[in-house]
Write a protein that binds this ligand. Structure first.
Ligand code: FE2
Ligand code: FE2
Length: 169
């Protein structure tokens, strides 16, 4: 694959994954609105898996290198990941207890959108500029597994993707 095509694909993939997370949460809220417990179970599992895989992929493949150039912004993003995980855990408990917390869901949706916009503004353009093709493929494969996790019962645990750093290939 030519480098230009590879880079363009990566630039499309990353922000697209933010939009996908937003859609998955909308599906969760729709299942709550129709009081469809099986649909809610499936939608919640897909959303939770995708968010956790997304955060893990960024922390494994993007933030270490990004922190070398932009330490304050990388630390802020890492801090927001902690807040997102906490909201996700709170919402998961409310799903388990069959008392879905709409307030927490709204807060999580807003937090994810703001966080995604923050990353789209600087982290992802940085990644598109600095990642070697092989490194970008690792991230691509990781995010794709997250995208398809809901169709395979969960994210794969024995991934052949190895953590990498820019310039370490
Ligand atoms: Fe993030
Ligand atoms: Fe992100």
């Amino acid at each position: 694959m030519c480098p230009h095509h590879d880079q363009a694909r990566t630039e499309l993939l990353l922000p697209d994954h933010h939009a996908r997370l937003d859609r998955l949460l909308t599906e969760v809220i729709s299942a709550v609105a129709t009081d469809d417990r099986p649909a809610l179970h499936d939608a919640w599992g897909a959303f939770e898996d995708a968010v956790l895989a997304h955060l893990a992929a960024e922390e494994t493949y993007l933030l270490p290198g990004y922190a070398e150039d932009h330490p304050a912004e990388a630390a802020a993003i890492q801090g927001e990941h902690g807040e997102i995980r906490a909201l996700l855990a709170d919402l998961g408990v409310s799903v388990d207890l069959k008392r879905f917390n709409r307030g927490t869901a709204g807060e999580l949706a807003a937090r994810l959108r703001a966080h995604g916009a923050r990353e789209d503004a600087d982290l992802y353009p940085w990644a598109a500029q600095h990642h070697e093709p092989r490194w970008r493929r690792f991230l691509d494969a990781h995010l794709r597994r997250a995208s398809f996790a809901s169709h395979s019962g969960g994210p794969e645990k024995n991934a052949d993707v190895k953590p990498g750093r820019p310039g370490a290939a």
